[in-house]
Write a protein that binds this ligand. Structure first.
Ligand SMILES: *Cc1c(COP(=O)(O)O)cnc(C)c1O
Length: 396
């Protein structure tokens, strides 16, 4: 049980026995008490109180430090999607060619943002069951590299695939192509070193592995990306999604809109929690590996063949049942919420989110035990005790 302490909970995770459902979904994740408490603090006027500008800047700088980057970091009021759209809105001019690297649902989705801002998305598709093949990308770029920027997802949550952005972005840089990276689920679940990976714009969200509630996006913008925005021939065709409006907020003591101060207090508490947790990434990796061992030992199959993110496990729905049957029974019989999927994966897979505060042994164990029972109820014979294999795998 010693090992459990190492990979177990660092503080109390449960919402004080109020009976609410345990959300073991791939975001939003469970929010701990000190984050909820920070959100309930008395607030000042964030437009007028200079202290808030310091607090905001300090928080942005802390993100930059954790991500090891010289990029400027901004926190924007809006969910992760706002960060993705803001990156595309701020870079894209009419007719710009944009390479959309697609090996997952969010990956492909970038094409819509590019089109909305009148760019020309060129979709390069890969097998959804594995990470982007860097050699295929290299061969492709040898033939066509006339792109203003490229988009790629660090970890594409619907399939759970983790892409090697530390190889992808430097390769694109060789061709002078800027990169926009969706790390909404990647950051804080798997390693993110922005300057080493040479990513130009990296987008994150509050509600995934950081375990603050939904509502904020954090965006890191490199010097090169900033320069590209400054050199545009036409104005950015958005106000709310315009990254340039933040450029001089600190000097001018001016935000483009009133900052959601309570959300940012909570975000800061969540960031402090992660920084204080020296086992954070190790815990994610260990638990994710043990979940994969457990579900495959039980006879279930994983959607992915390779490139597993530490944030989520994506399991094929066994024959003879539907995703809905499983999800409903998990919720009704065990008060645990796991997720299905959407788009091309709708109905095909179920997903267990073990990122952020969900990445603790007790909750993951309870979830797997419940899943084993639910599958048994619908006629699936587990080949092994799913909870037991999970625990044994952790000890190794
Ligand atoms: C969660 C997530 C987002 C934000 O999407 P929402 O559906 O609005 O939560 C963007 N990209 C990835 C990879 C995500 O996991």
């Amino acid at each position: 049980m010693d090992k459990l302490e190492i990979v177990g909970s660092k503080k109390e995770f449960k919402p004080a026995g109020d009976g609410s459902v345990r959300i073991m979904t791939p975001g939003p994740t469970q929010v701990v008490w000190n984050v909820r408490q920070a959100r309930s603090l008395n607030t000042t006027n964030p437009d007028l109180d200079e202290e808030f500008y310091d607090f905001y800047k300090e928080t942005c700088d802390l993100f930059a430090k954790v991500w090891n980057t010289k990029s400027r970091v901004y926190i924007m009021g809006g969910e992760g999607i706002l960060g993705l759209e803001a990156a595309c809105a701020s870079l894209t001019e009419k007719g710009d060619r944009v390479l959309v690297i697609d090996n997952g649902i969010f990956g492909k989705g970038f094409a819509d943002f590019v089109s909305i801002y009148e760019g020309e998305p060129v979709i390069l598709s890969f097998d959804y069951h594995r990470p982007v093949d860097i050699d295929v990308l290299r061969n492709y770029l040898e033939k066509d590299s006339n792109f203003k920027y490229a988009t790629v997802v660090h970890s594409d949550t619907p399939s759970g695939v983790l892409n090697p952005i530390e190889k992808i972005c430097p390769l694109l840089k060789e061709y002078g192509i800027l990169t926009v990276v969706d790390s909404v689920t990647g950051m804080f679940a798997d390693e993110l070193d922005i300057d080493k990976s040479m990513a130009d714009i990296v987008c994150g969200g509050s509600q995934k592995a950081l375990s603050a509630p939904p509502g904020l996006t954090m965006v890191a913008v490199s010097e090169d990306a900033m320069k590209a925005m400054e050199e545009r021939k036409t104005p950015i065709r958005s106000f709310y999604a315009n990254l340039m409006t933040f450029k001089t907020y600190y000097e001018d003591k001016w935000f483009p809109y009133t900052m959601p101060i309570s959300d940012i207090y909570g975000l800061r508490a969540a960031l402090d929690n992660v920084i204080a947790d020296t086992n954070h990434l190790y815990r994610h990796k260990t638990i994710a590996a043990a979940v994969r061992k457990a579900v495959t030992a039980a006879g279930l199959t994983l959607y992915l063949e390779d490139g597993y993110a530490s944030s989520v496990t994506v399991i094929n729905v066994p024959a003879g049942m539907t995703d809905k049957m499983i999800l409903d029974s998990m919720k009704t019989d065990y008060n645990i919420m796991i997720a299905g999927c959407f788009d091309v994966l709708a109905g095909k897979v179920i997903r267990i989110g073990h990122m952020g505060n969900n990445a603790n042994v007790k909750d993951v164990y309870d979830t797997l035990k419940a899943l084993g029972n639910v599958l048994g109820k619908f006629g699936f014979k587990c080949k092994a005790d799913i909870g037991k294999v999970f625990m044994e795998s952790l000890e190794r």
